[in-house]
Ligand binder design. Structure first.
Ligand SMILES: [Zn+2]
Length: 130
């Protein structure tokens, strides 16, 4: 492998721990907004859109790495920007997935929509059976 490719891959590895941290922060932010009413289908659509953008970024980053092999000019700044953007989008996907999981485990009243405890049998607001 060429040295330039090795350098770039090394750089990509360094950003890996930063990505994990970013994902954690995004998940935390999503947890704080747990009360927000957002339909799961809407969230899944957001994930779909993000994944489409992520695929494009993977392709572009891969092409840039390959270009170092063929000797074309590769801008480290541009590569950094794409990797950061990829980190951000992946963190967003994790946050949305967490949001969906949260909604699926909540005990929402089918009558009034109030979030009740998982152990409740009846809604604390309207008394409907859960
Ligand atoms: Zn209710």
């Amino acid at each position: 492998m060429e040295q330039k490719v090795k350098d770039i891959l090394e750089k990509v590895k360094v950003t890996a721990s930063m990505a994990a941290e970013a994902a954690g922060k995004a998940a935390e932010a999503a947890g704080k907004k747990a009360g927000e009413v957002v339909e799961i289908t809407k969230l899944n659509l957001q994930i779909f859109d993000l994944n489409t953008e992520i695929e494009v970024l993977y392709k572009e980053i891969g092409k840039m790495v390959y270009n170092t092999h063929t000797g074309e000019d590769v801008s480290a700044e541009e590569l950094d920007a794409k990797i950061s953007s990829l980190d951000e989008k992946r963190a967003q996907v994790s946050a949305i997935k967490e949001k969906i999981a949260e909604r699926k485990t909540s005990n929402k009243c089918p009558n009034c929509g109030k979030d009740c405890d998982k152990d409740d049998s009846f809604c604390r607001v309207c008394g409907a059976q859960l």
